[in-house]
Design a protein around this ligand. Structure first.
Ligand code: WT7
Length: 649
């Protein structure tokens, strides 16, 4: 970590939505009178019936209740489309860049977005989808994914997107978890020159689903799929017949807009529920201020719409602001390591937002892949998903940004809907590796982990919590409000607990130090160790498994699994491969263990609790400092684990 600071240039500050003085004034206003502040900024979106109440939020454990703009009504899709289609119909809403660079890019205007979203909305209505019904999306990164999200919003249905890299089992669990009426998929998802058979995966997922789930299939590659009449519907045929206008439904601010499953420290993934009104205000406002978005800028967030980053900063935030947003179907390294920069040059991208893991991977390929492209359109760079190491930050700053572009390191979570800690590029001097300071309305606190006491000194280290609410906050866990309260509001009473540790330096800057729970961060994606463990023990040869994270050069953290086999099962290389494959099919490729160590036994306390601290140390190749092992039931298992450790850094 370096404490070198990079202040905004005078020129950038002069043209920015917020300079330092504006940030200070707005921040102070936002926390001294949230009601007035958000009452004013809620007007950035169009309301059918304007709200008279702004904030009504309670964090009392046992009675957590979060409402913003509760008596207002609106339609999210009308805000993202219709008002821009009326004002600037020919402006490009979405630039679609396909996986294959030889396939032409497409520019979708706001007028066309209105027609296409309406067609999709009318097709969904035709399948019986109405207000409050759930629709699962399992799609490639194609414009139809945005149409489908917005079409659900248009008719008041709740979407739940499942990342196309997830397995049929994971998809099935999510379809059943929210009792979806329809799943929208495509024949195949092209990515990095390969094709994921989405329809075939969906067929498998639906085998264990409720009868009556309908499957709407978008044609992407034209690849062959099997078809069940009465269950499967051809989107392209239905859309061709559908009307090009659909009246937007009047929704309450607190009606759920979407569910998005995310991993936690225990159990299966939770369905994070976001609202319509507060979420949209927050996504739009953070998009404008954090990225200093101006009219006619081309904004590119490289995430997938399967993650919250894609929801807030490919679709909802940018489109609510009438922006031009780029959707990229492919991967950073296909057909070669210059693809990101080729796309930036081709579409004259102004703001570019990606994950540190992608930067680390590209950095290793050499600067020649970057410098051969004209990146003079870039004005700002952003990162998200995990802490950025100073080497990657410097490379991003020097090689990609040519030293001209401010870098915004945005800390937030699926649960928060949008940025909570982030520099504002015209206001905040940045420090490589720090997400700097809170966004408007956000009140971070650092608590002493064991006592839960708030540390009021500026320089502090502990767990990161948030006092009070912001409009983009999640409202509940789908179908399980108890779990919502328990997960986020029970460890530290009166606060929202983020699960992250942090340090606050003497300047009041926040440095995220990583998760303090059993969640690991693999390539900027959250993975619950418990989920990987339960996938492993579901294999017939596995008696017990314990999973921890370990430092990984490119992924940030890798997945390290200790596996105890059933008696009599031989530990072979084939079995290791088989278990890797098993986890891929149970959850998806992102959950595949990087290292599997055969463990004759796991270090446990006498009461049978696995001592993960020890397993983490061994996985980090830092076993000199194992700490107190005297409470172990059988200390000798540790010696075996050390001797046969897999990560010899
Ligand atoms: C977790 C949330 C929010 C979009 C992507 C991930 C980590 C996120 C940063 C950052 C350090 C970060 C945290 C957080 N994280 N952004 N800028 N610096 N850590 O969303 O899957 O909900 O994961 O990602 O640990 O809790 P997510």
């Amino acid at each position: 970590m370096s404490d070198k600071t990079y202040p905004p240039s005078a020129e950038f500050a002069a043209n920015a939505h917020a300079d330092a003085a504006t940030y200070e004034a707005m921040y102070t206003a936002s926390v001294t009178d949230p009601e007035a502040f958000w009452g004013e900024h809620g007007k950035r979106i169009d309301w059918i019936k304007p709200y008279t109440k702004v904030k009504n939020t309670r964090y009392d454990f046992g009675d957590v209740d979060i409402k913003w703009y509760e008596d207002g009504t609106l339609n999210v899709s009308a805000n993202c489309i219709d008002r821009h289609a009326a004002a600037t119909p020919d402006k490009t809403a979405i630039i679609f860049e396909p996986d294959e660079p030889t396939e032409p890019a497409r520019h979708i205007s706001y007028r066309e977005l209105l027609e296409q979203t309406s067609r999709m909305a009318n097709v969904l209505k035709g399948l019986g989808v109405g207000k409050g019904d759930r629709v699962v999306l399992y799609l490639p990164m194609i414009p139809e994914a945005a149409y489908a999200m917005l079409a659900c919003a248009r008719i008041g249905a709740v979407h739940s997107i499942v990342f196309a890299g997830f397995s049929p089992d994971a998809l099935g669990a999510r379809i059943n978890g929210c009792n979806a009426k329809v799943v929208i998929t495509a024949d195949e998802a092209p990515r990095g020159g390969r094709k994921t058979p989405l329809k075939t995966n969906t067929d498998k997922a639906l085998l264990h689903g409720n009868d009556g789930v309908k499957c709407l299939v978008v044609k992407r590659t034209g690849g062959q799929t099997t078809w069940i009449d009465g269950r499967d519907f051809d989107y392209n045929a239905l859309a061709a017949e559908a009307s090009t206008y659909c009246t937007p439904a009047e929704m309450n601010a607190e009606d759920p807009l979407f569910i998005l499953y995310t991993s936690g420290s225990t159990g299966q993934p939770k369905g994070v529920v976001h609202s319509s009104g507060g979420y949209l205000v927050f996504a739009a406002m953070t998009h404008q201020y954090t990225f200093d978005y101006h009219d006619n800028d081309v904004f590119w967030c490289t995430a997938d719409v399967g993650w919250v980053t894609g929801h807030s900063y490919i679709v909802y935030g940018p489109l609510a602001n009438g922006a031009t947003t780029l959707m990229f179907e492919g991967v950073p390294t296909y057909p070669d390591a210059g693809r990101f920069w080729a796309v930036c040059e081709k579409h004259k991208v102004n703001q570019f937002y990606t994950a540190p893991t992608a930067l680390r991977a590209l950095m290793g390929q050499g600067n020649e892949w970057v410098v051969k492209y004209d990146l003079s359109s870039l004005k700002l760079l952003g990162t998200v998903g995990e802490p950025i190491n100073p080497e990657a930050w410097n490379w991003y700053n020097d090689v990609v940004g040519g030293g001209r572009c401010p870098i915004v390191d945005t800390w937030w979570q699926t649960e928060t809907g949008g940025h909570l800690l982030t520099p504002l590029p015209g206001a905040t001097a940045t420090k490589p590796g720090s997400a700097t300071r809170p966004f408007f309305g956000v009140q971070p606190v650092v608590l002493e982990p064991t006592t839960g006491e708030e540390i009021t000194d500026t320089a502090a280290e502990g767990v990161l919590c948030l006092r009070d609410s912001w409009p983009g906050q999640m409202r509940t866990v789908w179908g399980d409000h108890e779990r919502f309260m328990k997960t986020y509001f029970s460890d530290y009473k009166g606060y929202y607990f983020t699960g992250d540790g942090c340090r606050r330096d003497a300047d009041g800057y926040y440095w995220i130090t990583g998760r303090v729970d059993d969640v690991i961060n693999v390539s900027g994606h959250r993975m619950g160790t418990a989920e990987v463990e339960s996938a492993l023990v579901a294999h017939e040869t596995v008696a017990e498994a314990a999973v921890v994270g370990y430092p990984h050069d490119v992924k940030g953290q890798g997945i390290y699994a200790y596996v105890t086999l059933m008696a009599g099962v031989e530990a072979t290389e084939e079995l290791r491969k088989e278990l890797e494959k098993w986890v891929r099919t149970e959850i998806g490729p992102i959950a595949k263990p990087d290292l599997i160590q055969w463990a004759p036994g796991l270090p446990k306390t006498r009461s049978g609790k696995i001592m993960r601290r020890i397993l983490r140390k061994i996985a980090e190749d830092d076993f000199g400092a194992l700490g107190d092992t005297s409470t172990l039931a059988d200390p000798s298992v540790v010696d075996d684990l050390i001797e046969n450790r897999m990560n010899r850094a």
